[in-house]
Ligand binder design. Structure first.
Ligand code: AHG
Ligand code: MN
Ligand code: MN
Length: 316
């Protein structure tokens, strides 16, 4: 029922195991701490660049690193997470020898938005450990996820959690500090009036994508926040298509978003809500990852919109 607390809803309606409930609850504790830090970041000197570059060659925001530390500490404390893999860390990290789960994290998504007080998010993807090696644990196809979710830090702090076939949203109660069920059994409209793509890059797309977007935008409203979680969340609730196509300007297709901790968790959520997640040519959840930080093109959201884009690419 609405306002059911996170751990009870996970156990009773998602039939999540105790280790999985513990891991997601620890992510909820980390999210509360991040939400608190974000509110005062401008006064605590936590905004802006950390002055470091990640192993992926990207400038790191102070809060990227701070969120990473908070999340890893809470996951370690939960005891049920054996392996954590993060956008900010090159290799998977052993937290607890006995932990049965592997958790993959985009610790702060849309972090370039932070200084302008725009929405940001955290994305998580949870697998059962296979037990052979940390890299095998984290390089599983997205269809093997036990659960996936994100937290959007905006006017409210909302955690969305999906297990196979069910998506619920929990709002952080400002009075009690608990994540309480606010939207139950979310389904996403099969088509929509919204589309989200950075049209500043249109000249770099393949011709079929250029033609598709030029036609798809007619009669639709463009919404693009610059934080994947924020665009995805609006599209999940209202319907919409989020596209991040490859950049072909160098001759070779170059993509930006990461499969393992951006594409797969959001595709798992989209499919559980009746939507779809694709590269434009194949289902994201069917891809066998080869590298923790590998990048893919992404077309995700309303089922019929994703299918229309895939058909446009097939026809080219
Ligand atoms: P992150 O902050 O985790 O690196 O993710 C940023 C991503 C994603 O959140 C967003 O949709 C995309 O970058 C925006 O990219 P552009 O600024 O190139 O449009
Ligand atoms: Mn991201
Ligand atoms: Mn990030």
């Amino acid at each position: 029922m609405l306002h059911s607390p996170l751990n009870r809803q996970l156990a009773e309606r998602h039939h999540a195991s105790a280790p999985l409930v513990a891991a997601i609850s620890s992510l909820g504790r980390a999210a509360k701490r991040i939400a608190f830090e974000l509110r005062g970041a401008g006064l605590a000197g936590l905004l802006g660049d950390a002055g470091t570059t990640s192993h992926q060659g990207e400038a790191q925001q102070k809060l990227d690193l701070h969120a990473n530390d908070l999340i890893c500490a809470e996951l370690r404390f939960s005891g049920t997470t054996g392996i954590v893999a993060s956008e900010e860390i090159e290799q998977p990290h052993l937290l607890n020898d006995t932990g049965s789960l592997a958790v993959l994290i985009d610790t702060l998504d849309g972090s370039s938005n932070i200084d302008a007080n725009m929405p940001v998010g955290m994305i998580f993807s949870i697998y059962a450990r296979l037990g052979s090696s940390p890299s095998a644990d984290v390089l599983q196809p997205g269809c093997q996820q036990l659960a996936a979710g994100y937290v959007i830090f905006s006017s409210a702090t909302v955690m969305v959690v999906a297990t196979s076939g069910r998506v619920d949203a929990f709002t952080l109660c400002p009075y009690t500090g608990d994540f309480l069920l606010s939207l139950a059994a979310i389904t996403t409209p099969v088509t929509s009036q919204y589309y989200s793509v950075n049209e500043g890059y249109a000249a770099t797309w393949d011709p079929a994508t250029q033609q598709f977007v030029a036609a798809h935008r007619i009669g639709r409203r463009g919404r693009y926040v610059g934080a994947l979680v924020a665009d995805f969340h609006r599209n999940l609730l209202y319907g919409g298509l989020f596209l991040y196509p490859a950049d072909h300007s160098s001759g070779q297709p170059v993509t930006k978003l990461r499969l393992c901790y951006e594409g797969n968790p959001l595709a798992f959520i989209a499919e559980a809500a009746g939507g779809a997640g694709s590269t434009g040519r194949q289902r994201l959840l069917a891809i066998q990852p080869t590298n923790l930080h590998q990048r893919v093109a992404i077309a995700i959201g309303s089922r019929d919109d994703v299918a229309a884009y895939e058909a446009a690419l097939r026809a080219q």
